[in-house]
Design a protein around this ligand. Structure first.
Ligand code: SAM
Length: 512
């Protein structure tokens, strides 16, 4: 055998693909000792995107100083296979005289063919993210960028991770909450500008407080709108006066998630003990006003969602919550199971209560079908609870036990989260990837460091103990009730829809 087989331009990539530690060094030595003369570059789904670097490296092994500067462009996806073939044929001819051959494996051809056929303008970004998962690299920004814009809140939900009146000893990095803090417009603008450039679709304003009380709230949502991105806003709705309603509707907010978690004043007060008796009715009136104004302005973009965190004080009100959402003019009713912490254990649902929730949820599906028809297709029920109930552990209340260690966690391709203490965290359970400081968001997102965590998440079972900058581990007990379940389910659905299941994990290539 006079050929060496080259899979990468460095040890890490080559040995990863061959699954043979030390193979890269061995092959390079063979060339250097002139024991093997021909280089066969083998392209597959894990290395095709760095064609420029691999060919340049092979040429250097042949003592040629040519640098290939043009990386393979995966865009547009609807021509990806044609473009690949075109480039490969061009290089094949040029490299023959250098004793370098090129082969593309069948799996890569099949993958590119599949993408070329299935891609469409609307799904292009998501498909690029899926291709990133498959190829273990990053081609585009996250679908969602979550921003903590302030940490103050105007109420205290008893179940809240941050502001519950029952929290005595704050659980993590709580110092910052002693001082009210909000994002400056300058940092906000810097992040949003990058987000626009790298293909982020949604900016989510939520986090550790009530976003509508940020001192420059209008300016922030106006800026997102100006940049052509969509805003998803989480709010408790308590600030909804005429001015706020106008700001939300007129600045084209895409989704407004209003956390209420009750269908009656009595339950509302139990869950928000600091609110006054009249508050619930005011809230109801104001959401109605908001829906009316949206209607008046013929705003078809805004989706009003009523969010309910289900616990043992409100589990019996699911049907009423659905009726509440319908009556106030919302477009969706959403439910999510309470994420329990030590201070909120008293809110844990019993087995019987979970059984009742499951039963009521079936009723709600029927009820929302009626509302869907009555509203000519404008009223829905969110899928989140459904998915949580699928995997629920009756004893612990956990909904994603063993789920992501089995199927892998792909959140690193879909979601980014900037917090007020200047860090980007890997997921909703705080794990520091990088501080923003003097860096740009786009540089952090496309960095090797970020990619290391992404790939580790894909193989979560094998990398449970990988540590982030703040010492937090990749897998923690929180992964058993993962707050990013919504995204992760969506990714699974898309992988299935685009028939990409067989490409996601690796059947490593045999090398001789
Ligand atoms: C922390 S709040 C902040 C944003 C805003 N103030 C609000 O009320 O929506 C963000 C979201 O987290 C949800 N949430 C808070 N604590 C929760 C818990 N223990 N379990 C599940 N969801 C929770 C809230 O209902 C809300 O939808």
């Amino acid at each position: 055998m006079k050929k060496i087989q080259l899979f990468g331009y460095n040890e890490e990539l080559h040995d990863k693909i061959t699954c043979k530690k030390g193979d890269f060094k061995k092959q390079i030595n063979n060339i250097k000792k002139k024991q093997k003369k021909t280089i066969d570059i083998k392209f597959n789904k894990l290395n095709f995107y760095c064609i420029d670097k691999i060919i340049t490296f092979a040429l250097r092994l042949k003592k040629e100083k040519i640098i290939i500067k043009q990386p393979f462009s995966v865009k547009p996806l609807n021509n990806i296979l044609n473009n690949w073939n075109k480039q490969i044929n061009k290089y094949k001819q040029k490299l023959r005289k250098n004793n370098i051959s090129i082969t593309t494996n069948n799996e890569l051809i099949e993958l590119l063919d599949n993408l070329q056929k299935k891609s469409n303008e609307q799904d292009e970004n998501d498909l690029l993210r899926l291709l990133g998962i498959i190829s273990e690299t990053i081609f585009i920004g996250p679908n969602q960028l979550l921003l903590d814009i302030n940490n103050r809140c105007n109420t205290e939900c008893v179940y809240c991770w941050i502001h519950s009146p029952h929290i005595k000893k704050k659980t993590y990095s709580m110092d910052q909450y002693k001082k009210p803090k909000e994002i400056s417009f300058e940092i906000f603008k810097r992040i949003i500008d990058d987000a626009t450039k790298i293909g982020v679709e949604d900016i989510v304003m939520v986090g550790d407080g009530e976003p509508t009380i940020h001192s420059q709230f209008n300016k922030l949502i106006k800026y997102i709108n100006k940049k052509g991105l969509s805003t998803m806003l989480f709010s408790n709705g308590l600030t909804f006066n005429e001015k706020k309603i106008k700001a939300i509707v007129d600045n084209n907010v895409g989704t407004l998630q209003i956390s209420i978690s009750a269908a009656t004043p009595k339950t509302y007060i139990k869950l928000h003990p600091s609110t006054k008796k009249q508050e619930f009715m005011n809230l109801k009136k104001n959401i109605k006003k908001l829906a009316k104004y949206k209607h008046k302005k013929k705003n078809k973009r805004l989706r009003i969602v009523i969010v309910n965190v289900i616990n043992n004080l409100n589990y019996h009100e699911l049907v009423k919550m659905t009726n509440f959402a319908w009556k106030v003019g919302a477009n969706e009713v959403g439910f999510q199971l309470i994420d329990l912490r030590d201070y909120s254990m008293y809110l844990k649902l019993s087995k019987e209560q979970i059984t009742r929730v499951k039963k009521d949820f079936k009723k709600i599906r029927l009820l929302t079908k009626i509302y869907y028809l009555l509203s000519f297709g404008k009223f829905f029920v969110g899928h989140h609870l459904d998915r949580q109930l699928e995997n629920i552990n009756f004893n612990t209340g956990d909904w994603s036990e063993n789920v992501y260690t089995k199927r892998g966690c792909f959140i690193g391709w879909w979601f980014a989260y900037y917090r007020l203490n200047d860090i980007f965290t890997f997921c909703c359970s705080i794990k520091e990837v990088e501080k923003l400081k003097h860096l740009r968001f786009k540089d952090i997102w496309f960095s090797d460091n970020y990619n290391k965590f992404r790939i580790a998440g894909k193989y979560l079972k094998e990398n449970k103990d990988l540590e982030f900058k703040d010492g937090r581990k990749l897998f923690e007990s929180k992964c058993n009730n993962c707050d990013n379940t919504g995204h992760l389910n969506k990714i699974q659905r898309l992988i299935k829809e685009f028939e990409l299941e067989k490409f996601v994990f690796n059947k490593f290539e045999e090398t001789k």
